[in-house]
Design a protein around this ligand. Structure first.
Ligand SMILES: Cc1cc2nc3c(=O)[nH]c(=O)nc-3n(C[C@H](O)[C@H](O)[C@H](O)COP(=O)(O)OP(=O)(O)OC[C@H]3O[C@@H](n4cnc5c(N)ncnc54)[C@H](O)[C@@H]3O)c2cc1C
Length: 485
């Protein structure tokens, strides 16, 4: 996503671009590939469910290049959260005006029982109303999301349901995630924007909905897309600034370039830079070598011989289970799964487990994940698995407490070398897919500005809390405590 955004931003300003992608298709963590099921059907497998939030302005801008009305996305305006204890919550029907949305959530959500609100630490909660990027990372980034939730005194149900679900969507347990990331998330979804927690999902598998149209657009702009091209190393060029060596099925290749955008996942960057000892500077290479990766995750997709119960939602977030984080029913939103379900009478159900224990056993995790899902949707236990696919990987970024200052930025010691990806620090309130798209465009802008070419406008929710009154209250609370919260 970051690489595609950068390629798009550059090619639209008449820069000649060669995009090198190691996998056989585009999309990175949203790659899709064909697989044939036991019943003979050919379907597209992927790492599965991704929520395209309405605040993902730069990502949506990228997709609008080929789909101006975003017709390729389907809205999922309501999705429940359930806790293993039986507690339930949902985020639909909230007013759209900040901060009324946050107050209405606290007043109406079953996770915030009025009887427990007396225990809330108001000065600490006020800090969530005064989020500014990057200041919040200096004030709160040394704490973990778990500590933040404990210090706020939010009711246990709210902590375990709403907030833990969000923390784990960063592929980390709350003790592994920076409190500042959680605060920024609160800002993005409540106080900084009117779109709330509504999100969309692709109407078709990722290649069909997103990447094939974008590939056509980029090719039309003259971008040379080379998939199955794994970059081996980068050295100083003879004719141009950089020589890039890569391997393809046809053999080893190389090319010289004025500039390079490194838009890989964290591990890809660590490995590529370690194989390129002349790139950047020694301190920068050392910084890259420290980029942390999140623990492994598991995505299990099942094609079942019978449907789940009719009222099951497209997406359900779960909390309090050993590893299960969410369950989605693909035929509720994706055309390919709907076609399979209509044809066979079955259901396509996907389970996600983030932040798995180090060294866990893949087979045991699959079995356990399925068993947890049958506790949530008991009808699954009676279903026959026509087929299943499992993806267990560890290619996501981790945003640990105290990690912000050490995060790579788009710029590097070499002006002709820029970095993009969701792990990259852009000092804007963005994360995950939107972080990737924003950093990609920002990388393109950095190069374009050196070449005297017009950049692209980047959009985000405001970089700081919108309400001066709430900000003043938060500052006053900080002064009274005489310390940062
Ligand atoms: C299961 C799952 C669920 C998720 N759900 C959500 C969600 O709901 N909402 C959300 O916003 N985000 C979600 N994410 C996160 C989201 O997928 C990422 O934030 C985003 O895809 C990151 O994009 P990127 O461009 O930074 O990196 P990537 O997508 O990882 O792209 C990096 C690319 O670099 C390529 N590469 C690496 N090394 C080399 C090399 N040497 N040569 C050539 N190519 C190389 C890789 O093949 C890859 O294509 C989810 C992720 C997963 C795994």
């Amino acid at each position: 996503m970051a690489g595609l955004a950068a390629a798009c931003g550059l090619a639209e300003r008449d820069v000649e671009v060669v995009l090198l992608e190691r996998e056989s298709g585009l999309g990175g963590r949203l790659l899709g590939w064909d697989t044939t099921l036991a019943d003979g059907s050919t379907v597209t497998m992927s790492r599965g469910f991704h929520a395209f939030f309405r605040q993902y302005y730069n990502l949506r801008g990228l997709l609008r290049r080929t789909d101006p009305d975003l017709a390729g996305l389907v809205a999922l305006p309501d999705y429940p959260l359930v806790h293993s204890s039986g507690a339930r919550d949902r985020f639909s029907g909230l007013p759209s005006i900040p901060p009324l949305n946050a107050f209405a959530l606290a007043a109406t959500s079953p996770s915030f029982p009025l009887t427990e609100l007396a225990g809330v630490n108001l000065p600490a909660v006020l800090q969530l109303l005064d989020v500014d990027v990057p200041g919040v990372h200096e004030r709160m980034g040394h704490r973990s999301a778990r500590e933040l939730l404990e210090v706020t005194g939010f009711p246990a149900t709210a902590r375990h349901l709403a907030f833990e679900v969000f923390s784990r969507s960063f592929f980390a347990a709350p003790e592994q995630l920076s409190a500042a990331e959680m605060a920024v998330m609160f800002h993005v979804y409540f106080l900084g924007s009117a779109e709330g927690l509504v999100f969309d999902v692709p109407r078709s598998p990722f290649p069909q909905a997103l990447w094939n149209p974008l590939a056509g657009y980029l090719t039309g702009l003259g971008v040379e897309l080379r998939t199955g091209a794994s970059v081996d190393g980068i050295t100083p060029g003879g004719r141009l600034r950089h020589r890039v060596d890569w391997s393809e099925a046809a053999g080893a290749r190389s090319g010289e370039f004025d500039a390079v955008v490194l838009a890989t996942d964290p591990r890809g960057l660590r490995e590529l830079v370690s194989r390129s000892p002349e790139l950047g500077s020694a301190p920068w290479r050392s910084q890259v070598s420290r980029i942390p990766s999140a623990p492994a995750f598991l995505v299990s997709r099942y094609w079942l011989d019978r449907p789940v119960r009719p009222h099951r939602q497209a997406f359900l977030g779960t909390g309090g289970y050993p590893t299960l984080d969410n369950v989605s029913v693909l035929e509720r939103y994706e055309d390919q799964a709907r076609e399979w379900s209509d044809r066979t009478g079955g259901s396509v159900v996907e389970l996600h487990a983030y932040a798995l224990a180090e060294g866990c056993d893949a087979q045991a995790e699959r079995k356990s994940l399925w068993e947890q899902a049958t506790a949530v949707y008991p009808e699954l236990a009676a279903a026959r698995q026509v087929d299943a696919r499992h993806e267990m990987r560890a290619d996501c970024a981790l945003f640990p407490p105290g990690g912000y200052a050490d995060r790579c930025t788009v710029t590097t010691p070499d002006p002709s070398l820029v970095v993009a990806g969701d792990h990259v620090r852009v000092d804007l309130p963005v994360a995950l897919m939107e972080g990737a798209a924003t950093s990609g465009m920002s990388a393109a802008n950095t190069l374009l500005s050196q070449w005297g070419r017009r950049g692209h406008t980047l959009w985000t929710v405001p970089r700081r809390g919108r309400s001066p009154a709430l900000r003043a209250l938060a500052r006053a609370a900080r002064r009274r405590r005489g310390q940062s919260t």
